[in-house]
Write a protein that binds this ligand. Structure first.
Ligand SMILES: [Zn+2]
Length: 156
């Protein structure tokens, strides 16, 4: 199994959102949505919930941006339901994130030239301290920001 795994605080939320959205996918004859649609939905939900919990400042309006990412999968008459479900889960994710933030140790994600993790506190909303901003700029444009995120998180 790929994805954030059972231990991740965002896991339950993304699975709950996926389970709620799944029956609203258009009927493909055998199941709700095509295989590709279901996979796209699951991955998008997981990436969004993970981002929301671990990197809450990454996006100004996470509900709207998640909705924009998934709405093409649903028929017009399902859009209002989908929006409500997305908004509900993003709100839950935000409250989880704010509780989680105080327990999550905030440290710069860089490795120093000595090969030890940098111990400085990153600037609010960023993952690196001022001496390591350069690394953040190098990471940011890479495709799959969520992948980079989970690598950084599991490396800790
Ligand atoms: Zn640093």
């Amino acid at each position: 199994m790929d994805g954030p795994g059972l231990g991740s605080p965002s896991y339950g939320l993304s699975r709950s959102l996926y389970r709620e959205l799944l029956p609203r996918l258009p009927d493909s004859g055998m199941a709700h949505g095509t295989r590709a649609d279901r996979r796209c939905l699951l991955e998008t939900c997981e990436a969004a919930m993970q981002r929301l919990v671990f990197d809450p400042d990454a996006c100004a309006n996470p509900a709207r941006s998640l909705f924009r990412e998934v709405r093409h999968l649903f028929a017009i008459d399902a859009q209002a339901d989908v929006w409500e479900l997305v908004r509900f889960h993003v709100t839950a994710g935000r409250s989880l994130a704010s509780r989680f933030e105080s327990t999550l140790r905030r440290e710069c994600q860089a490795i120093t030239r000595q090969g030890t993790p940098c111990r400085r506190e990153p600037t609010a909303g960023r993952r690196f301290c001022p001496s390591h901003y350069g690394l953040e700029d190098a990471l940011a444009p890479a495709e799959g920001r969520a992948e980079a995120d989970s690598e950084l998180l599991t490396a800790a």
